[in-house]
Ligand binder design. Sequence first.
Ligand code: MG
Length: 253
Amino acid sequence: MRVVRYRYKDRGGYGLLDGQDVRSLKGDLFGEFREGQRVASLDDVVLLAPVSPKKIVAVGLNYRDHAEEVGAEIPEEPLIFLKPSTAVIGPGESIRYPEMASRVDYEGELGVVIGREARDVTSAQAGAYILGYVCFNDVTARDLQKKDQQWTRAKGFDTFAPLGPWIETGLDPRHLKLETFLNGELKQSSNTDNLIFDCYELVGFISQIMTLMPGDVIATGTPSGIGPMSVGDQVDVVIEGIGTLTNYVTAVE
Ligand code: MG
């Protein structure tokens, strides 16, 4: 099932995709819900970020190919950091290139959307706490990341957490092709079976530290092939079984 959040004329809310039609979602996204009446065609609605997380927990260095690329050892436990909820943008929206940065990178990632409050759950239980999956772009001011050591500024600018285009539920996250394109050119190509810590291990690990709330997002890390973007660029994160998240890079007005 594909859960969208849409705006159509003077209406909006959560919806479910039925082929090329958007239907309203009746009930509670994080509880019981069902398909309601047809709203409009997918082409006629504006898709918004499909979820508004209270927090985004991101994982550094979680692909074997990326660890090799940067010459790092395979970590023994996940390296986590937070991105602010105010960084979220939806499909088609613009990543604003900050004036204080001189190198801004894409990082295509699989995002996990939490469906139920999770505290101290095991990896084996984790699946029951996951609502679904999104494409995620962990946009990073690489120069500031190196300069600061702490990653909050480099990863936390407004618009630095594009996610979408919808939440795909009922997906096995373990063997999915993940690709990132810059202006149509393939830059990252990997598979989630290269993850050092898979989605279930991450939910288990993080829930030992902080309570994961419904709607929270885990950005599971990026594979090899990271690189810079420029004002005017189009960036697409494409994940098998989910779809394509497209965003544009613009200057700050
Ligand atoms: Mg990342």
